[in-house]
Design a protein around this ligand. Sequence first.
Ligand SMILES: [Zn+2]
Length: 219
Amino acid sequence: MKLWLEGLWTLLFPPKCVLCGDILQPQETDLCRRCRTGTEIYKNFRKRIPFVAKWRALWYYEGDVRFSLLRFKFRGKRSYAESYGRLLAMRIAEEFPEGYDLITWVPVSKRRKHRRGYDQVELLAAAVAAELGQTAVSTLIKHRDNPPQSGITGMAQRKANVLNVYRIADPQTVKGKRILLLDDILTTGATVSECARVLMTAGAKEVYCAAVAANSHER
Ligand SMILES: [Zn+2]
């Protein structure tokens, strides 16, 4: 883009904080100063998620974080993937020093992707991978459309709702690999656990998980 056009663009659509929506100062990226310093970093990882060797999240799924993710998921704010991607990649680099062989994501079904116009977690995975100098690899296919997990309460019910809705795209891609599975929101962990189960069944060595936000669980 020509420089003057870029200037005009910034004037018309000034970059905003992905969490609170405030207009960013010229020296700020992704987050305003208040959100950068005031948003609590996720720390509680005691919850064990079956089939997942280790998991991490950036923030607690509450307040501005929750509203931001809802805009990302349902209000067409696909550009947030870039910001989340930069911030989550930084966290991943710190939290997974043991490394992993490939980055993949929890996919939506073809139908939902078509209806929404994008798979928000695929965008997130692409942004995270690009930031870490890698490429996100598609390993899972959601071949059945189940009711959204957000409308279902109770761990057992959520587990049942995701059972057998994912399958492996190509077992050769995951065999013997340590896989970093990305998702946007981790609530009970039922979805990532089911994805990890499918990956492990296909011969993955280990599955790690990273998400933008997670429920507070017994904080
Ligand atoms: Zn903010």
